[in-house]
Design a protein around this ligand. Structure first.
Ligand SMILES: CC(C)(COP(=O)(O)OP(=O)(O)OC[C@H]1O[C@@H](n2cnc3c(N)ncnc32)[C@H](O)[C@@H]1OP(=O)(O)O)[C@@H](O)C(=O)NCCC(=O)NCCS
Length: 183
């Protein structure tokens, strides 16, 4: 997200169902350490569902280094002590790409209190103005919470398919889903 676009979509504060106050803001290049703490907190059961790459301090540093990319949007949910409680992103290959790919992960202890919904709502606001007109994702069929949340937020299932072996996890059925970001 270019610095100019980050200024168009600055930090917003909100209260989760748990009563916790949090901030949703663009990822910053200075977030490498906080992202590393977050990645390292993700248990294997969640990594099975969210595994775009290994979740290590090295990949966190790469994620943070790409914060100002013109072909991606990454937003984080930050707690008052500066911890990252979750993040969501979408990215595309080149300026004229017709579709983007979406991903989201919420930290254990912060799940099931509206964090995922709040992150996707903000992503939807940003994607009306920035990026391709169609957002895509894949989600395992064994992840009904994510499937249900995506459907409530406007994604539709377009096909069932098999996710190939990925980062040591065996193949399993998944849905491909998509959502128009603007008319
Ligand atoms: C999936 C994930 C992003 C959702 O975020 P979250 O903060 O836990 O979710 P929220 O509290 O915002 O919303 C969950 C919704 O699903 C509903 N839900 C929970 N369990 C459900 C289930 N088994 N079946 C159907 N719906 C379910 C909740 O009632 C809630 O709906 P509501 O917003 O209408 O109240 C998060 O749990 C996560 O990161 N999980 C691990 C990694 C992962 O699965 N990432 C997605 C990869 S595709």
């Amino acid at each position: 997200m270019t610095p100019q676009d980050q200024a168009r979509f600055p930090a917003v504060n909100l209260t989760l169902r748990s009563g916790e106050r949090i901030m949703i803001r663009p990822l910053r290049t200075s977030d490498a350490a906080a992202m590393g703490d977050f990645y390292e907190s993700v248990p294997r059961e969640d990594f099975r569902f969210y595994c775009p790459h290994e979740l290590t301090r090295d990949t966190a540093a790469r994620t943070a280094a790409g914060a100002d990319s013109p072909v991606g949007v990454v937003i984080v949910m930050a707690t008052t002590p500066g911890q990252i409680a979750g993040y969501a992103w979408y990215r595309w290959e080149k300026p004229e790409s017709p579709t983007s790919m979406f991903g989201i992960c919420v930290r254990r202890g912060w799940q099931d209190c509206g964090a995922g919904r709040a992150l996707i709502e903000r992503i939807k606001e940003v994607s009306r103005a920035i990026g391709p007109p169609l957002m895509t994702l894949t989600v395992q069929q064994a992840n009904p919470r994510a499937v249900a949340l995506y459907q409530k937020m406007g994604f539709s299932i377009v096909r069932s398919q098999v996710r190939p072996v990925q980062l040591g996890f065996p193949p399993e059925p998944e849905y491909a889903m998509e959502m128009r970001t603007r008319v």
